[in-house]
Design a protein. Structure first.
Length: 246
């Protein structure tokens, strides 16, 4: 079983295009055009072109590309902002998506919304409803998590250790950090996740973190997984990603 996976995208269209190109090159080398490509979520926020990212993924879907796109916490915040009366979502109501560090303003700017300082949030919201295409909102609404394939469970943030997979909550799947990150037990499948930025792809034996900070201008990492073996894709080909301590 061969599966490709891409970390948190955060509005980085050109980096996403590069990731897809690396995957196509590897597929051509191994002769496996139908292998699944899993995107670990967080399509919007912080980067310059969320609109372009979602356009691109919709086009890929419409051409029949074997893609899976998972729900992340930033996707969830974006869709909650766009139709809070329709989507009952209790995730972190203490967070305001328009708060600069979260990146919602950068997302709306990619759709041509005026998000300049001093504008009333209600005016920004009204403009956003006009600017974001219905097809983009429908795409966000259709995102789910997790996704299982081969020896792996792909999820945006992680799982709550010790809780059976069928009893995991959506809040944890898209938001958890601790106690997941420090837990060393075998979770059964290899948990492939993003959400928590690291300097480079991190293989901990029981989990694999692919968020290498694209939302902060760093790399968007792309891997291929065969069984539980992992390789980072680059222009120079495959680079093995070994579990910590190996």
């Amino acid at each position: 079983m061969r599966t490709y996976a891409i970390g948190d995208i955060h509005g980085q269209l050109e980096k996403l295009r590069r990731a897809h190109a690396l995957i196509e090159a590897d597929k051509a080398t191994v002769g496996d055009p139908g292998a699944t490509v899993v995107h670990l979520g967080d399509l919007p926020d912080r980067g310059p072109d969320t609109k372009g990212v979602i356009d691109h993924l919709i086009q890929c879907r419409d051409t029949g590309a074997p893609h899976v796109v998972l729900l992340g916490n930033h996707d969830r915040m974006m869709r909650r902002f766009l139709h809070p009366e329709k989507l009952k979502d209790n995730l972190r109501h203490d967070l305001d998506w328009l708060w600069e560090p979260l990146g919602g303003r950068a997302t709306l700017a990619s759709y041509g919304v005026d998000v300049s300082a001093g504008r009333d949030d209600l005016d920004i919201h009204a403009d956003a409803l006009d600017a974001v295409p219905a097809s983009h909102l429908a795409f966000l609404d259709d995102l789910t998590t997790p996704y299982a394939e081969g020896a792996c469970l792909f999820v945006h943030a992680g799982i709550r250790p010790g809780v059976p997979l069928e009893r995991q909550t959506l809040d944890d799947l898209v938001w958890i950090r601790e106690p997941f990150l420090s837990d060393t037990r075998d979770h059964g499948p290899l948990i492939v996740h993003g959400h928590t930025p690291v300097d480079e792809v991190m293989h901990c034996g029981n989990r694999l973190n692919l968020d290498t900070g694209a939302g902060y201008g760093e790399a968007l990492s792309t891997v291929v997984i065969e069984g539980r073996e992992v390789w980072l894709l680059s222009e120079d080909g495959r680079q093995p990603v070994l579990p910590c301590g190996v």
